[in-house]
Design a protein around this ligand. Structure first.
Ligand code: ZN
Length: 310
């Protein structure tokens, strides 16, 4: 048996304007752009990665910003909220900060003993700040948010499903244990200290989500290189049709569409975002994996302008 999965590795969503996306995640939320690359399956589109100082597993929120993308619809078969972890004492700071940055956040609410601040990014992607005791110190980036209040990484994700059974079974096979439950929200928890929560909300009546700007594309979980092919075998046994192991340069990945409709990825912690750029320079220029490097001129010419240094 492979080791239990401790938590989320990264979450990838669809955006529209790359500059607005960059401004929101680096300035408003204070994350660091740790990798500026292209969607390896469509090189006319950026792949932007935001995280802590080094983009540690469990911290990176990534985007495919398709200029002019159609708006998606958040619904079942999707990760319907992405939850970031902030320290328990940082609620007032973030309420004030979001208001002063012009973000229309909902009032803080309680959920399973934590205070949660729901809001949306410029494309309407549902986000939450979850103020949690025992927030890890983490490795916050230099930036507009003081380290004591910085987003530490992911708390978890909410999955919205028409039927939860098969996804619940898969999460338990991955090592997530059912914990609390409230009004159709069943919490599953892993052993990690970041991205360790998956909330499953079952609603057979709710409309299905539509992919597009403002929706999550996939949720990636942390695995080790040693265990990755075993996880692939488990996905096959669960009746899913996983991809082969794909080299994504900063991690190796297996993808499988779950029966509930959400695309899961199983990504290795190794080698990480510093494999091709020094820590101090992460995100400062367009990085391509070596198998795309000989197309750099053509790729750069096809990308929209992005000022990532401001
Ligand atoms: Zn991914």
């Amino acid at each position: 048996m492979p080791a239990d999965i401790p938590g989320i590795h990264h979450v990838t969503a669809i955006a529209s304007d790359p500059q607005a996306n960059h401004a929101f995640y680096t300035e408003t939320l204070g994350l660091r752009l740790v990798k500026q690359s292209v969607n390896q399956d469509d090189v006319s589109v950026y792949h932007l990665f935001y995280g802590d100082r080094g983009g540690s597993p469990g911290t990176s929120m990534t985007f495919f910003p398709y200029v002019g993308a159609q708006q998606g619809r958040v619904g079942t078969g999707q990760a319907s909220a992405t939850q970031f972890l902030i320290p328990a004492g940082s609620v007032d700071y973030w309420v004030d900060r979001l208001a002063s940055e012009g973000v229309d956040a909902d009032d803080p609410r309680e959920r399973f003993g934590d205070t949660v601040i729901p809001f949306r990014d410029p494309d309407g992607l549902p986000l939450e700040l979850v103020a949690h005791e025992d927030a890890p110190a983490g490795d916050p980036p230099e930036g507009p948010v003081p380290a004591e209040h910085a987003i530490r990484g992911f708390f978890g994700v909410t999955l919205s499903l028409q039927s939860a059974d098969s996804t619940a079974r898969l999460l338990e096979a991955m090592g997530f244990r059912p914990t609390e439950r409230d009004r159709g929200r069943q919490r599953y928890e892993g052993d990690g200290d970041l991205g360790f929560v998956v909330d499953v909300c079952e609603n057979p009546q709710a409309p299905r989500g539509q992919p597009g700007a403002g929706t999550v594309h996939h949720v990636a979980f942390q695995v080790t290189r040693e265990d990755q092919s075993e996880w692939r075998d488990i996905l096959v046994r669960e009746g899913l049709r996983p991809t082969e192991i794909i080299d994504r340069k900063w991690f190796e990945s297996v993808y499988a569409r779950t029966q509930g409709g959400v695309l899961f990825e199983y990504a290795t912690k190794e080698p990480g975002y510093t494999v091709d750029e020094p820590l101090d320079e992460l995100g400062s220029s367009l990085v391509l994996p070596e198998w795309l490097e000989d197309r750099r001129g053509e790729i750069e010419a096809g990308l929209p302008p992005l000022r990532a240094d401001e």
